[in-house]
Every structure is written in structure tokens, then in C-alpha cells.
Design a protein around this ligand. Structure first.
Ligand code: PXP
Length: 240
């Protein structure tokens, strides 16, 4: 049965819209846990556009389920991760202009820079995952680079227009997922997943989903605890 990681970045985005102190993503993480989140995910971006260093430190102190830090491979961020020691770091591509993470990290192109980062995080006892597109060569390279896990970019499926395109992207996910497990990687999924589209991927053998925007959007209307509870049922089949 899959687990649900809740990405709380967008709570911080609302706070940063006014550069104030509310809503607090640390409170949101606690509420998400009470709603049944199996993990809390945050992305400490180099430009600190939403989550900041204070949030990261408090999340580390207060989150009692799995803490997953999304991060680029920029040296300053790697040093922060080494000191923070979340349970898992997920390496993602990062561009300043983007609205959100767009597509996966190209682990083939950047393998020389990625390899030492994986080793450094391992030395601190942190599990390391790579956010990649569902492409066989990328999956294989993650196994070669000694990643513990991969998070398959589900954006291709989420953005697919029409039944045929959706089916094709589900097939790509399925193939990459099977290859990942075969190569000894734990396989997660995330990006663009919503209450409406989670169904077909929830039936696959994903270990964990990381879902942010859709949950935070619903939380504005029904509260974080209830929004997480509803997604948990759909993503994992578990009633809280
Ligand atoms: N997983 C990764 C690696 C991401 O970068 C993001 C977006 O921050 C998510 C999952 C969550 O995506 P969404 O907000 O579309 O649910």
C-alpha cells in the first residue's frame, strides 16, 4: 500500500505573498500529520521563494513522520541538508524562472556532479532519491549512481490531454516503475497529482506519493487535516 507525503511549500507561498508570518508551514505540517500524512515534503529553494531556513529547522524538530527535503545539488544547499539530516533528500532540477519544478533531473547529463552529492548525503545517514522522468536510461543511471529511491515525474500523465495520451503516459510510468524495482530502487511518484487524477496511479506499485498543490488548494476550503484525510483514502486506500 502506498504512503502519502504532503508537500507543504504552497502554504509558505501564501505567507510569502505578504512576507508575513502566516500561514505557517510548520503548523500545516503538524495538521497534515494529524490528517494521516505519512511524510512531510518541503523544497528549500536557493532563492528561498517559499520555504526558508527557519522553516526547515523547525520542521526537522517537530515532524515525527518521514521528513523529505527536495533540493538542488547546489553546494550551499547540500551543506544545509548534511547539517539538517532529514530522513530523505530528493534531488530535483531547479530553475529560478520556473513556477514549480518542471520535469525531472537529468541524472545522465549531471552524473559527475550528482555522484559525490549522493555519497555525501549517504555518509550522514540520509536516504537519497532522484526526481526523474519515466525513461529507462534515467532509471538505470540512478541505480548506477547508488540512489536508494527514485521519484517518477507524474506530470506527463497529469498534463496529458485525451484518453490515448493518458494511457500512453501511464504505460511509461508502469514500465519505469517496474524497471526501478527490478534495479533495487524504491519507487515514488509525484507532481501534478490531484483528487481527480490520482486513481489510476494509486493502483500501481508506488511506495509513496508526494502531493502538494492539490492538497493545499483543498485545505484552504476544508482545512489541512480534512484535505489530507481525503487524499489519503484516494492515494493509499487507508481510512484515517
Ligand atoms: N515531487 C516533487 C519532486 C516536486 O518537485 C513537487 C513540486 O514541488 C511535487 C512532488 C509536488 O507537486 P504538486 O505540487 O504538483 O503536487
Amino acid at each position: 500500500m502506498a504512503k502519502l507525503g504532503v508537500n507543504i511549500d504552497h502554504v509558505a507561498t501564501v505567507r510569502q505573498a505578504r512576507r508575513t508570518i502566516e500561514p505557517d508551514p510548520v503548523w500545516a505540517a503538524a495538521e497534515a500529520q494529524l490528517g494521516g500524512a505519512d511524510g512531510i515534503t518541503f523544497h528549500l529553494r536557493e532563492d528561498r521563494r517559499h520555504i526558508n531556513d527557519r522553516d526547515a529547522a523547525l520542521l526537522k524538530q517537530t515532524v515525527t513522520c518521514k521528513l523529505n527535503m527536495e533540493m538542488s545539488i547546489a553546494p550551499a544547499i547540500v551543506r544545509i541538508a548534511e547539517n539538517l539530516r532529514p530522513n530523505q533528500c530528493t534531488l530535483v532540477p531547479e530553475r529560478r524562472q520556473e513556477l514549480t519544478t518542471e520535469g525531472g533531473l537529468d541524472v545522465i547529463r549531471f552524473k559527475r556532479r550528482i555522484a559525490p552529492v549522493v555519497q555525501r548525503l549517504h555518509r550522514k545517514g540520509i536516504e537519497v532519491s532522484a526526481f526523474i522522468e519515466p525513461i529507462a536510461e534515467q532509471v538505470k543511471m540512478c541505480a548506477d549512481l547508488d540512489f536508494d529511491a527514485i521519484e517518477l515525474w507524474t506530470g506527463g500523465y497529469a498534463h496529458a490531454r485525451g484518453a490515448r495520451a493518458r494511457k500512453r503516459s501511464l504505460k511509461q510510468l508502469e514500465t519505469a516503475l517496474e524497471l526501478g524495482w527490478e534495479r533495487g530502487l524504491v519507487v515514488h511518484g509525484g507532481h501534478g497529482l490531484t483528487y481527480d487524477n490520482i486513481g489510476p496511479v494509486a493502483e500501481m506499485e508506488f511506495e509513496e506519493f508526494n502531493i502538494g498543490h492539490s492538497i493545499v488548494a483543498r485545505a484552504i476550503l476544508v482545512g489541512m487535516r480534512e484535505a489530507v484525510r481525503q487524499m489519503k483514502v484516494l492515494a493509499t486506500g487507508v481510512f484515517q
